[in-house]
Ligand binder design. Structure first.
Ligand code: SAM
Length: 285
């Protein structure tokens, strides 16, 4: 009887999560990071980079629905969307559901993540890479926004944690580049960690983003395999009203878009901007 393997996440010191490994589908060092994709009895296929869980088949919908529908339905008329990172393809899948979006650009640093997630996590991209509106750019996101001549209505930073290649996506240089690449009325959102365990990351992002945007805050959702509590998503724009859209307006846009989500709904949208007091206190300091 072969011994069951166990995979331990190494994101935090002294506190973590483990997964039984039923079958390793792929494990190699890419040009940028250690990539593993394995099968787990509880969560389906799991992909991790440099020892940190990036996505699982079972709970990915929560994260991807929230990082796309909240900015897109708050904006109300987004035509050009930029995804930074997103190599597993699910952020693209969710943006592509919005037929009103005319152009989707994804800037991913590691082509191997795209290639092997297409092969081993086909339900993540679900054919979205073939969408005629889509362009893939292999580059460091900070380089792209520093030099891009295009302007976008929504920018989604679907990045890893600020270690390794992801570090550059939590810098002022990157945030300034995103500010410059946004149209009037544009919205920037980003995965910004589990604030109970990574509070400094939220405080630092808030401080840096506030140098460029006039309305900076967070919204949240609990994603089981981003363990330790709610995941905070950074929000930045120059129009506070975008963050305060009422449920009826969001509902009308949700219905018009013909969406049928598994986690996101207009009430969740509005409620997700309510933040725990400990985070609000930390942001005030
Ligand atoms: N949902 C995950 C999370 O919240 O941590 C993110 C998933 S997605 C797979 C993260 C992607 O960001 C990876 O494909 C990684 O290669 C990409 N990435 C990391 N640093 C990057 C950079 N500087 N520029 C562009 N893509 C980057």
């Amino acid at each position: 009887m072969t011994e069951k393997k166990t995979w331990f996440e190494t994101l935090h010191d002294g506190f973590g999560q483990y997964f039984s490994v039923d079958n390793v589908l792929y494990h190699n060092q890419t040009d940028h990071q250690d990539l593993i994709i394995f099968e787990n009895t509880a969560l389906g296929r799991v992909m991790a980079l440099d020892g940190v869980v990036q996505t699982t088949e079972r709970d990915e919908f929560i994260y991807h629905e929230m990082l796309t529908n909240v900015p897109l339905l708050a904006h109300g008329n987004a035509k050009r969307v930029l995804i930074i990172g997103g190599g597993d393809g699910a952020m693209l899948r969710e943006v592509a559901r919005h037929q009103s979006v005319e152009q989707i650009t994804m800037v991913e640093i590691d082509a191997a993540v795209v290639d092997f997630c297409k092969q081993y996590l086909p339900n993540h991209s679900a054919g979205a890479y073939d969408d005629p509106r889509f362009t893939l750019v292999i580059d460091d996101g900070v380089n792209y926004v520093r030099h891009c001549q295009q302007q976008f209505d929504v920018i989604i930073s679907d990045c890893t944690d600020p270690i390794g290649p992801g570090e550059s996506l939590f810098t002022s240089d990157f945030y300034q580049g995103c500010y410059n690449a946004l149209n009037e009325g544009g919205i920037f959102v980003a995965q910004n960690g589990v604030c109970f365990l990574q509070q400094d990351e939220a405080v630092n992002s808030h401080r840096k983003l506030s140098n460029y945007f006039t309305d900076v805050s967070f919204y949240q959702a609990a994603v089981p395999t981003y363990y330790g509590g709610i995941m905070t998503f950074a929000w930045a724009s120059n129009n506070p009203a975008l963050r305060q859209s009422d449920v009826a307006t969001i509902q009308a846009r949700y219905d018009a878009a013909g969406l049928n989500c598994r986690y996101y709904n207009p009430a969740i949208h509005a409620g997700s901007f309510a933040l725990p007091q400990y985070l609000l206190n930390a942001l005030q300091r």
